[in-house]
Design a protein around this ligand. Sequence first.
Ligand code: FNR
Length: 388
Amino acid sequence: MPNFGQEMQLEVYGSARSTSSEPFPFACEEWEERARKVLSDEAYWYVAGAAGGGDTMRANRDAFYEWRIRPRMLVDVTDRDVSVELFGRRFPVPVMLAPVGVQGILHPDGEAAAARAAASIGVPVVLSNVSSVTLEEVAAATGDSPHWFQLYPGSNRDVMASAIARAEAAHYSAIVVTLDTKMLGWREADLRGGYLPFLKGQGIANYLSDPAFRGLLPRTPEEDPRSAIMLFLSLFANSAMSWSDVQWIRSRTRLPLLLKGILDPDDARIAIDKGADGVIVSNHGGRQVDGAVAALDALPAVVDAVAGAVPVLMDSGVRRGADVIKAIALGARAVLVGRPYAYALATGGEEAVRHYLRCLIADIDINLALSGRRTLAELNRSALERAA
Ligand code: FNR
């Protein structure tokens, strides 16, 4: 996407802004404000909330602020390239949609709308297995654009095996296993509202449509939805999950396997040892362990431990172009964004998600150029310094 940032600037500055309808915002804070207005309290807090007092969610942002970019001058940055290579495929941008479950509470088309938006501009999608829309429908929405499938390692192997087989059949090109959710975090906002979307039958489309899951029920979910919900709750997470389960998942698929939720360099080393093809440094956007290390702070040690053996991705707190530049300079191959696109989806569906992502890409492109770099490969720790 050469010059994407400047093209987008011209498009925005040069277009007569309509006065009849409010144009989409450019700042992620404004997306959140708008989502707050259109969502129910419970849906808004399900996205905006975090574990405990929200310390880790805040730390995720603070960590970005602690690093500053040191731009280089008088570099010809006319030809730029923000593409990135992952598992033998070149992606136009180093940004992916993080797996965010239950998007049906945000927009009637849920994950399908977000996936269409991302696919239309080449942004890869990581689909949560607790989606409101089935994985096959989301695969149809992405078409040939890359899509990965995220799996919560549950307690029933037949159901997991079935999900993996379905993902392969629907041409998902990687499996992401989220390790940090042996149970849901202690989320004060959801507790206050007494709100768990799954209890209302939200976010379980992949289970209700799954033959292995349905086979465990004496009556079909259509006849007895309550029992289906209870069965889901009993098997979607697995507090006993260990590295042997990762090895079992490894044995079930030839697709690249990424482990999401790695924060400790020793876990990163074990991940590679057990056959992971990539790790995602993440604290789930601060939704699991309150007080956990900020993802960006955990990144450099994981990158050092991995020592180039597999790609390291990261998420948690990424909002703007500068954040992406910093994460990549610290060794991430690519980043994932979560809440910002969820707020855009709630605000204006597919079109809004596309706008948010195009702005983010333009911001990355322009920040890269103004930092005196032409490609992401030119970014390394020498581009950054710690705030005094
Ligand atoms: C998530 N996240 C998440 N992760 C995952 O592996 N599977 C999932 O189903 C979900 N669901 C989910 C729902 C909501 C509402 C949020 C906000 C987050 C975590 C997500 O993938 C990612 O790690 C964080 O969102 C990244 O942090 P930011 O970008 O939200 O700060």
